[in-house]
Design a protein around this ligand. Structure first.
Ligand code: NAD
Ligand code: LMR
Length: 329
């Protein structure tokens, strides 16, 4: 991730961002961060309930971003029309004891319906999907758009930036480094063992013993579950997710505006690993969304083994999403 202080924009275009699920635990703080973002011109908030109050509240913040509210499916087209970026945190979060895959039955249909509406009303927009299980909801989005004839792999992005935010935080804390200087690429997917931080590629270079490497990797993989347990039935990560999604959105807008050298890790259509059609890795963001999916670089022996052992889970979760979308009426 590029440090915030180094972020400029060559051009400041008018940019409409649609936020679907804006009344929720992630939606509300993310709406606030987007209202504070100088690259956003209009912020269109959508939810099935409670979003008018969020919009009224936010609209009193004296930043230039115009805030509008849309409630229920009959108002969804108005929210999406003309959007450059659509961010989707709509859906249910985990409770203690659940895996992200346990959310599939509820969230698959929510994501599919919202993506269908985006495909119809703003087919040119970049879609950023936060809703879990990301390993399955991104393939659902892609297959849904393919069936509509409007799929562009550069424009469908699974948001995994929270894994990078966590890895950066934990490694900086462990090594006494300045938070703003640390960058740990995180590859794979966004569930359990499919979350693979590449500690060997940390900037600045850090060294870990084999035991430390294993412990740090597991800490990053389990961080979402730690939050779910600490919230004890009241949801999952919301504030850190809003922070991470706001960064991802800003990077995407910078890319759309023509700013060079904007890199983030994200779960996208990929050929980086054979037989795995979607994969999280570093991507270059550009004027049309994902400009380039970067390679993995050199992995150490621990990372190579962890990558091989996660692949069956990742492939199965991707296929579950593909099958859902293909079998949908
Ligand atoms: P939440 O329950 O607090 O909010 C979800 C919002 O979605 C609610 O306001 C709800 O009304 C709305 N919603 C439900 N169905 C909808 C529909 N059909 N259309 C529009 N809006 C709808 O949940 P949350 O904590 O904000 O989490 C949302 C999702 O984000 C969950 O699936 C969670 O697992 C996921 N999540 C992902 C990451 C990640 O790293 N990608 C991190 C944290 C949470
Ligand atoms: C996270 O990583 O915090 C999210 O995927 C939410 C969850 O269910 O853990």
């Amino acid at each position: 991730m590029v440090a915030r202080s180094s972020r400029r924009s060559l051009r400041c275009e008018a940019r409409k961002v649609a936020l679907l699920g804006a009344g929720g635990g992630i939606g509300q703080p993310l709406a606030l961060l987007l209202k504070m973002n100088k690259f956003v011109t209009e912020l269109a908030l959508y939810d099935i309930v409670g979003v008018a109050g969020v919009a009224a509240d936010l609209s009193h913040c004296n930043t230039p971003v115009k805030v509008t509210a849309f409630t229920g499916p009959e108002e969804l087209a108005g929210c999406l029309s003309g959007a450059d970026l659509v961010v989707i945190p709509a859906g249910v979060p985990r409770k203690p004891g659940m895996t992200r895959d346990d959310l599939f039955n509820t969230n698959a249909g929510i994501v599919q319906a919202l993506v269908q509406a985006a495909g119809k009303n703003c087919p040119q927009a970049v879609l950023e999907i936060i809703t879990n299980p990301v390993n399955s909801t991104v393939p659902i989005a892609a297959e849904t758009l393919k069936a509509m004839g409007v799929y562009d792999p550069k424009k469908v992005i699974g948001v995994t930036s929270l894994d990078v935010v966590r890895a950066n935080t934990f490694v900086a804390e462990a090594r006494g480094l300045d938070m703003k200087d640390v960058d740990v690429p995180v590859i794979g997917g966004h569930a359990g063992a499919t979350i693979l931080p590449l500690l060997s590629q940390t900037t600045p270079a850090v060294t870990f013993t084999e035991a430390e490497k294993k412990a740090m990797t597991e800490k990053i993989q389990n961080a979402g579950t730690v939050v779910v347990e600490a919230k004890a039935g009241k949801g999952s990560a919301t504030l850190s997710m809003a922070y991470a999604a706001a960064r991802m959105a800003e990077s995407t807008l910078l890319g759309l505006n023509g700013e060079p050298n904007i890199y983030e890790c994200a779960f996208v259509q990929s050929e980086v690993v054979a037989d795995v059609p979607y994969f999280a890795s570093k991507v270059l963001l550009g004027p049309h969304g994902v400009a380039k999916v970067m390679g993995l670089g050199e992995l150490d022996a621990f990372e190579t083994a962890a990558l091989q052992s996660m692949l069956p889970q990742l492939k199965a979760e991707i296929q579950k999403g593909v099958d859902f979308a293909k079998n949908a009426k």
